[in-house]
Design a protein. Structure first.
Length: 195
């Protein structure tokens, strides 16, 4: 009798975070928020609060993973530039209680949330532009341009390689994904819900 093939991390991540992903999209209402100059200003700051601390926390665990090119995946610099265009100084030290991330697999699960947003970011920018909205400061939503699909496939290949055949690592990646969505919600939505 053969044992069942373990689920790939991406399949488990998608299944485990589906509800959190949908809830984040529903509550954030990103298209509405990015359709006005004031909304853009607020959201650029919120995205900075998400990316800058998360990237600092993830770097020690993922920066040296072969094939990941984490340096190219960081968006805090793009967000700092956008804040500069708005005349807003970014904090010297990133703030925000990034959840503790204990392993490379967990870090990759968290990064799944940040990387996945680049796929939706392209769609958001195109939709805003078609609606006649200014998008000049929103380049952080589409950091890879036409290479977005290739960068996503490379991320999935690294995730698969780093967790393949190890249920413990897959579970750690799932835990990281859940933490990533919770942190994204904290940074992007929670205060906005009361506004």
């Amino acid at each position: 009798m053969t044992s069942p093939t373990p689920a790939r991390a991406i399949e488990r991540l998608r299944a485990a975070t589906r509800h959190d992903h949908r809830r984040l999209e529903d509550d954030l209402q990103v298209m509405r928020r990015l359709a006005t100059p004031n909304g853009q200003r607020s959201m650029i700051g919120r995205y900075y609060d998400l990316h800058a601390p998360a990237e600092c926390a993830l770097a020690p665990l993922v920066a040296d993973i072969p094939g990941l090119d984490f340096r190219l995946r960081r968006r805090a610099g793009l967000l700092e530039a956008a804040l500069g265009q708005l005349g807003v100084r970014s904090p010297a030290e990133p703030s925000g209680p990034v959840p503790a991330i204990g392993s490379t697999a967990e870090a990759l699960g968290f990064l799944y949330v940040l990387e996945g947003s680049s796929l939706g970011g392209r769609v958001i920018l195109k939709t805003l532009a078609k609606g006649g909205h200014e998008t000049g400061m929103l380049g952080f939503l589409d950091p890879y341009g036409p290479a977005t699909g290739e960068m996503w496939r490379r991320f999935l290949a690294v995730l698969d390689r780093e967790t393949s055949g190890d249920d413990g690592r897959v579970e750690a990646a799932v835990a990281g994904g859940l933490k990533g969505f919770a942190y994204a919600r904290y940074c992007l939505c929670d205060e906005a819900l009361a506004a």
